[in-house]
Write a protein that binds this ligand. Sequence first.
Ligand SMILES: *[C@@H]1O[C@H](CO)[C@@H](O)[C@H](O)[C@H]1NC(C)=O
Ligand SMILES: *[C@@H]1O[C@H](CO)[C@@H](O)[C@H](O)[C@H]1NC(C)=O
Ligand SMILES: *[C@@H]1O[C@H](CO)[C@@H](O)[C@H](O)[C@H]1NC(C)=O
Ligand SMILES: *[C@@H]1O[C@H](CO)[C@@H](O)[C@H](O)[C@H]1NC(C)=O
Length: 632
Amino acid sequence: MALHSPITMAFQKPRRAAGKVKYTIFAVVTLCVLYYLRNSATATFNTAFRPIEDHMNGGTPQSPIKPGDKTRPNAHSHPITALIEEAEVTFEDLLRKESRDLKSAAAAYRTRRGRHPPPGFDAWYGFAQENGAVMVEEFFDQIYHDLGPFWGVEPKVMRKEAWDYEMTINIRNQNASAGSGWFWTQIWLDLTKTIQHLLPDMDLALNSMDEPRIAVPWEDINGYMEKERASRKMANPKEVVSDFQILGQHPDAEVEMAQKWWESKKETRRFWDVASRGCHPDSLARKADHQTNFNDTPSITLAHTLPHTYKGYVSNFSLSADFCHQPDLQGLHGMMIEPLSVSSTRHLFPMFGGSKLPTNNEILLPAPMYWNGEERFSGGANHGANWVDKQNKVIWRGVATGGKNKPDNWKGFQRHRFVAMTNATQVSGAENWSQIPENFALPPSEYDIAAQQEGKLGRWTEEWADTGFIDLMCLEPEKDATCYYTDPYFKVNKAMKMAEQFDRKYVPDIDGNSFSGRYRGFLLSTSLPIKATIFREWHDSRLVPWKHFVPMDNRFLDFWGIMEYFVGFEGEVVKREGHDAQAERIALAGQEWANKVLRKEDMQIYVLRLLLEYARLSDERRDNMGWVADLL
Ligand SMILES: *[C@@H]1O[C@H](CO)[C@@H](O)[C@H](O)[C@H]1NC(C)=O
Ligand SMILES: *[C@@H]1O[C@H](CO)[C@@H](O)[C@H](O)[C@H]1NC(C)=O
Ligand SMILES: *[C@@H]1O[C@H](CO)[C@@H](O)[C@H](O)[C@H]1NC(C)=O
Ligand SMILES: *[C@@H]1O[C@H](CO)[C@@H](O)[C@H](O)[C@H]1NC(C)=O
């Protein structure tokens, strides 16, 4: 599969010369490139690709949402209107599943998980109820996705590997402690201590890095999952054990562990190799050529978006984050191009972390910044003005993270792409063919953008876009914090407090070195988050795309279409109505819902459920453990 056409390759520029030199390019070549950029998207829009059903590693946790119904309501209305209507139905279906008492919560558990609930389920339920939880079994799907493979690992090996890890939280006799003072550990410890009175003995290994680390090949996970399926049963309640093991200070000292866990720099130099080995062997990610040159203008097309979009807009958000069917994302995300730090292993062992790629095998906890609620991530107590009082604008400020940006690799970085394509000067330059886009593509014609048809895409973008870096994260920063290779395209802007950003209506959220920690703050605000990501987080199955936030494809080609839908366009010839009321509704529904299911209490409830499951899984008697008081 050719990721780069020979035409785009012809546009490699001498690196150092990139500075202030004005490119004089023959008009005829310019024409070819723009023609190519436009048509490569058009040509591939209808390439159908069947996603692989059963890739449990790279796959999505079972979604609360029914698989997309292809005969959507209102086939003639705007696709976004149809997606919003569908989201309403999905959300209502989800709410209808709420359990109102312990008995029905346990029944919902057995139906969905195929096992008895873990010991302590009644105490968990009581805790959740005291804390006003919305009780829907699907909200905990991520736990089962993360823990599933460990049914294929021996409990004593799990315990030993957890205990032995360099950074741990240890719980003994309902007292949680940690040997490490690392601030993330301390934040997670703080969270764990709030529920320690309900926790059995266990040891938790913690990922202290930004990036996820456990990347087990699909074939191995498949083997573990076969064991999981084989072990799934509803034991006779009379034989079920309902207490947890007591652990010594140094359990399982005699158990042998696998050696040499962490892969060398050489092995992980191409991160795509590491990330994609968790994909199904028949997936495009595994089969496609692996990109080695990131120097050229990336080819950004809709070729691989069909499985997760409806008429160009994201219809399956969890699938949109799953790169197994999207081999082009290997060149469109800093994490794939050159992550800041990688230390990975193929070895499955129980490590907890705050976020991961769909193919990673960490056990997710709420990320530390969500628990401690720093201003820079949450906006503090200010959630923004009333919708009518906000500026009708898109605001994004951030650091040029994503990975290690360098002169020969920055063009595919997601934040660089987003800031460039929302820069009116660059868009106008691309439109009037005076400046070839370095790292983005104009919207393909499928999106039918009125401003583009009138040759005013740049001017229209200028009306609402306010995006920029506050730090270029240059490999060799120069004075004034400038950066010779990205300077021509990006300036360094002043930072803006999140609370001030909330005076604007639209807040896009773009991944950084790993997931973006602002997301919860955005959801809790009165502004509208527009979210693209390749990461998974603890809360994913609680949020309904198009009901609580606006999902965006990782290529961002849909961004102009999203903005046209919400803010509208008034041109000389064409006029497109905006949908301000819909934007306001999603913003406020997201806020209201986040105040119900993303509270700190919800993190405690999630972690308590998770750790009861983890403790059962680490117990030799796990096959016969459970809470069955309702059946006796
Ligand atoms: C999203 O795609 C996954 C994988 O194909 C599927 O299991 C899930 O049901 C889909 N969700 C929706 C909302 O269509
Ligand atoms: C909990 O454990 C820590 C660390 O071992 C110890 O310092 C502390 O006294 C213990 N607290 C209780 C209440 O036992
Ligand atoms: C093209 O757009 C750029 C950026 O807005 C502008 O500076 C330039 O004058 C335009 N060129 C032409 C030929 O219209
Ligand atoms: C927008 O792009 C131009 C180059 O076309 C650059 O000079 C300017 O600094 C960019 N603006 C921002 C906010 O990055």
